[in-house]
Design a protein around this ligand. Structure first.
Ligand code: ASP
Length: 331
């Protein structure tokens, strides 16, 4: 009898704990997930340079730091690397020879900040974070973004390195603007992380398509397109042809699909399938397009999918930091 009473008591306690899997903080509703089933902390990010970027993020995550701080620190690594031709300092210029940067950031409370077509600032992700934390707005562009950055103490720098300038001058000879899929193994860095407290954040940063029209903005600074985080569900980020990602509001779609019960892998596959379908409907050639998504859910499960072979991403959790080849649609 005593055993049965204990059993009932334990079962009732478990039921109450399950029913109470959400709680309120002053910032809003938080979901508590059964701890033992969660793979945390974990950080994932796009392309080869994700490995080094993850390393910087991991230093923060393993010390119980906040996912937001981790993703900012992580993407700053390729942003600050002059040899990376597609992100931050050293990024390829637009067709007028100007390096214009796009970036956004999103935290566990759905705070968002973004900058687009920002010139002369090495770390656009940190300006995006300042927009998020220090202004009543969510997005600043062009000269307005630059003026804001300078007012916050960011240093004005020349971001066009000699090698990028040489490539641009070479490109000027034909001036043919034809963005190609996977010309080389690095584009945008998108990074999403789940910290030891079970909170998600993400950041995304790029110099965009090489030799783009001046003023062109891709998906990377657009919340919902190049990045989305919902602390109840999961997070996603994208790389590749931004126009195609914007067309389907890609990362919001991936997160909503996870909300409906899809795994991160299934959600990425369905978002890619949506792009494939629209490409056919619009009589465009799928071979000209590359898009890759990565996604992470609240339990630390992740997935990725892309259109063309060649996309990879880096995963860092307790088991180490590794590069994974993404599965792809065109076989
Ligand atoms: N998504 C970026 C853009 O469209 C570029 C890329 O990831 O390759 O600007």
């Amino acid at each position: 009898m005593e055993n049965r009473r204990n059993f009932l008591k334990t079962t009732a306690t478990a039921a109450i704990a399950l029913a109470l899997n959400s709680f309120k903080t002053k910032e809003g509703l938080q979901i508590r997930v059964e701890d033992q089933k969660v793979n945390k902390p974990i950080v994932i990010s796009t392309w080869n340079f994700g490995v080094q970027a993850n390393g910087a993020a991991w230093t923060i995550l393993k010390n119980q730091g906040r996912a937001l701080d981790a993703v900012e620190a992580g993407v700053k690594i390729p942003e600050g690397d002059a040899s990376e031709r597609s992100v931050g300092y050293g990024g390829r210029p637009d067709r007028d020879g100007k390096v214009t940067l796009d970036s956004c950031i999103m935290d566990e409370f759905s705070n968002i900040g973004s900058v687009a077509a920002l010139e002369h600032i090495k770390h656009p992700v940190s300006v995006a974070r300042a927009v998020m934390e220090k202004t009543p707005h969510v997005m600043l562009v062009g000269d307005g973004a630059l003026q804001f950055a300078l007012s916050q103490g960011f240093e004005k720098e020349n971001l066009l390195v000699a090698d990028s300038e040489k490539e641009w001058k070479e490109w000027l000879k034909t001036s043919e603007y034809l963005p190609k899929a996977n010309i080389e193994n690095h584009d945008t860095i998108g990074m999403i992380a789940l910290d030891a407290h079970g909170n998600l954040s993400g950041a995304c940063t790029t110099s965009g398509m090489a030799f783009k029209m001046h003023g062109r903005v891709g998906d990377s600074p657009i919340i919902g397109a190049g990045l989305y985080v919902d602390n109840e569900v999961g997070a996603a980020t994208a790389t590749g042809h931004g126009e195609e990602v914007i067309r389907i509001v890609g990362c919001h779609l991936v997160v909503e699909l996870m909300r409906q019960g899809k795994t991160p892998q299934e959600a990425c596959e369905e978002a890619v399938a949506r792009i494939v379908k629209l490409t056919h409907n619009r009589n465009k050639n799928l071979n000209d397009i590359q898009v890759g998504f990565i996604a992470l859910n609240k339990k630390g499960a992740y997935g990725a999918y892309c259109i063309q072979r060649g996309f990879n991403f880096a995963v860092n959790d307790d088991s180490g930091n590794k590069l994974v080849n993404s599965d792809y649609f065109v076989k």
